[in-house]
Design a protein around this ligand. Structure first.
Ligand code: MOS
Length: 734
């Protein structure tokens, strides 16, 4: 009874709040005397503001202020923008000067009594620009110069490529993508004297607090960040963006709470995106498909302001066994907003290129794609020469192949049919690094028999609230429904950012240790309380089972509910607290999550209709803490991957850098009609190197491998190799 709650498919403890609309998201928090800030954005991508005339707007009804660079003291740059806990999405604070670096940059903010008044007045602000021709396409930018953002090499990749009997040399591209969570970015800022409270939607309340403290110039303890719910982030909410600073300075100026929402159109410009990638992959191989050389050369853009590098080469030296490998990353700077991590950053577009090149090799050698991967299976991490902490990818391939029926695949293009439909089958490997950070958690046991766990981490929709309750329940026997969990508040003991699929592995040990600390305190109270059945007993002989304190030699039924002990001592509750950090020894091993994707598409050549018809995903993600929320993460990743393969692309107007499809009608994401029944299996081997539960993260890996599996399936059905995402029907008509 006490351990079964770990791994169980427990429903989200916050689910009811969400489906009834009671959960408050960032801009939902009611506030007296609130004013509304509406941002005005640049309509050029490069240049400067020559003149700004706010007089007409200022005379509009309800308008309180119009802020811009000419009437606002400059804010501050973050101290260490790329250090943990101190990273802004865009390191240039808004309104720093008259410069414009990208289309959609905030250049002014109208503050009014109502949203409608602010919106109306925003249309009356006249701005004249000095425009300079922007750099929008890769071909506009000067070629990358200077040291690459990453430069990895082992062996002699160039020489071994030249002498290899079989060579593959293709360039693969992935487009810019926009995160587009359902809940758009938004901030409510409220000042109380010199202290500010920010209601946010963020993947890191602690990082947000640090960055805002630095950028608005307010001591850390005077900045309070609250984000109890997050309508998804996908990476776009890891770091603070300019609207948050604008809300803070506007509220300080007008001495009222100010709400600033980012409209959907500006979700495409000023809150990050996944940059497009251009990736050349060269593989040298033997005639039986053994890799002898792998070279991966990547160019990705960043903004003019920041040097964000989409780390496409992260998996390159790790995924397959190969003696000669090089991986190079170059960054060019364009007049587009600063990119930011998006679900599986780097690895997702990087794997598209590597896995596509493996498929190109399989096609060239007429080898089965799965067989080719098995021939190059990496038994250890050849980039670090460390053993993997836990790798069961071979079993994942096998389970997936069995479930899918892969052995029935006829490799001949267009050879498999279902009536008039041509079937295409593809597969791919998945990987994502498994990390863990430090976390601090407080657990309180209350005299009424309930418990509370709290930490300044947050639940971004992944199920963090629920796993907190599961671990407290496991350690105390208090049922999940009696465990209250409080997250998303920077005043709590500092917890980790929800990023990089590290949250789960980071918080689990801290919750467990804090619960154990609380239980030990409880035992100490029990043996010192007169009238307690355990008075003067040795605390070490006591157990807490099912919420009842008892001596180890007797059954839990013989014991006393822990609340009774607290009441005898006239205590309302007792607390435990713990901070845990990764074990030093964990670095001796290489920890990654692995998986395999198998998919089927149907192609109707008569009407050029492509559909995804079957999907099997097998994940090797360590022990699964909650089968319901973990499965939900993987399926969500696959859905997003199908979007990456077939639909998603942010397209910029070459003249002015404007995202042409900055809305949900034109930026296409997967809908229910695009998605077949998805099958998700876990091969569960606890990865005890990472934490005592053996759990890795599952937030991002579901998306990896999806797009190349799709292009392989499309080739199998149609004979067309797509190397530039997304797959378009017109490419298949050729
Ligand atoms: Mo993730 S891209 O670190 O939210």
């Amino acid at each position: 009874m006490s351990t079964s709650v770990i791994g169980a498919a427990v429903s989200r403890i916050d689910g009811k709040l969400k489906v009834t609309g009671a959960a408050r998201y960032a801009v939902d928090h009611p506030m007296d005397q609130i004013a509304y800030g509406v941002g005005i954005h640049s309509t050029i991508a490069n240049g400067a503001i020559a003149r700004i005339d706010t007089s007409a707007a200022e005379s509009m009804p309800g308008v309180i202020a119009v802020l811009h660079h000419g009437n606002t003291d400059p804010l501050f740059r973050p101290a260490n923008p790329f250090e943990h806990d101190s990273r802004a999405g865009e390191s240039r604070p808004p309104f720093e000067d008259d410069k414009v670096y990208y289309y959609g940059q905030f250049v002014a903010l109208v503050v009014a009594n109502t949203f409608e008044q602010a919106q109306d007045a925003a249309t009356r602000v006249k701005i004249e620009y000095q425009e300079v021709k922007p750099l929008v396409r890769l071909s506009d930018a000067p070629p990358p110069s200077g040291a690459p953002a990453r430069n990895y090499k082992r062996g002699d990749p160039d020489g071994s490529f030249k002498s290899a009997p079989v060579q593959i040399d293709f360039t693969y591209t992935t487009p810019a993508e926009t995160h587009n969570p359902m809940e758009m970015h938004g901030t409510i800022a409220v000042w109380n004297g010199n202290k500010v409270t920010l209601y946010e939607t963020t993947q890191g309340v602690v990082n947000h607090q640090h960055v805002m403290s630095e950028m608005i110039g307010v001591p850390l303890e005077d900045v309070h960040v609250i984000s109890p719910f997050c309508g998804s982030g996908f990476g776009g909410k890891l770091f603070p963006w300019p609207h948050s600073m604008l809300a803070a300075i506007a509220a300080r100026k007008v001495e009222r709470p100010v709400k600033v929402s980012v409209p959907r159109s500006l979700m495409f410009t000023t809150v990050g995106h996944r940059p497009f990638t251009q990736q050349r992959v060269r593989i040298g191989a033997t005639k039986d498909g053994k890799l002898v050389s792998l070279q991966h050369d990547v160019v990705t853009p960043s903004s003019i302001i920041d040097a964000y590098a989409e780390n496409c080469t992260e998996p390159t030296p790790v995924l397959y066994s190969c003696a000669n490998v090089s991986a190079q990353q170059h960054v060019v700077h364009l007049n587009i907003g600063t990119p930011t991590p998006m679900r599986g950053p780097g690895t997702t577009p990087g794997l598209f290129a590597i896995e596509s090149a493996m498929d190109d090799l399989a096609i060239k050698l007429n080898l089965d794609p799965l067989d080719l991967r098995l021939r190059n299976y990496a038994e250890m991490d050849e980039s670090s020469n460390k053993p993997f902490s836990s790798k069961h990818l071979r079993e994942a391939y096998q389970k997936g192949a069995e479930r899918f029926g892969w052995s029935r695949r006829n490799p001949k293009v267009g050879s498999m049919r279902d009536g008039d439909l041509i079937l295409g089958w593809g597969m791919a490997s998945c990987t994502w690094p498994a990390g863990r950070g430090s976390a601090e958690v407080r657990v309180r046991l209350n005299a009424d028999g309930t418990a509370r766990a709290s930490s300044a981490t947050q639940d971004i929709g992944t199920g963090t609230y629920t796993i907190f309750a599961q671990v407290v329940s496991e350690k105390t026997g208090i049922p999940v429904e009696k465990v209250d969990v409080v997250l998303g508040d920077s005043s709590l003991p500092p917890g980790p950012m929800s990023g990089g699929s590290t949250g789960n592995a980071s918080v689990l040990p801290a919750i467990a240790a804090a619960a154990e600390d609380a239980v030990n305190t409880l035992k100490g109270v029990a043996v010192k309380t007169e009238g307690s059945p355990f008075f003067n007993a040795d605390a070490k002989t006591l157990n807490l089972t099912g919420g009842r304190l008892h001596t180890q030699d007797k059954s839990p039924d013989s014991g006393v509910p822990f609340g009774e002990i607290l009441k005898m001592r006239r205590l309302a509750g007792i607390e435990g607290q713990a901070k845990t950090s990764p074990d030093e020894n964990s670095h001796k091993l290489s920890s990654h999550t692995f998986g395999a994707q198998f998919c089927e598409v149907t192609w109707d050549p008569g009407i050029a209709r492509l559909r995804v018809s079957r999907w099997v995903t097998v994940m090797d993600a360590g022990r699964i803490i909650n089968h319901k929320t973990a499965r939900n993460q993987i399926l969500g990743g696959v859905v997003m991957g199908i979007g990456m393969g077939l639909f998603e692309e942010t397209r910029y107007d070459q003249r002015n850098g404007k995202p042409l499809n900055n809305n949900f009608a034109d930026y296409i994401v997967s809908t229910n009609a695009d998605i077949p029944e998805l099958d998700c299996i876990f091969v569960e081997y606890p990865d005890l190197n990472l934490n005592e539960y053996g759990a890795r993260g599952v937030g991002e890996i579901g998306l990896t491998g999806v797009a190349s599996a799709l292009t392989m399936a499309v080739h199998h059905a149609t004979g067309v190799r797509v190397r530039d995402l997304p797959i378009r029907i017109e490419q298949l008509l050729a």
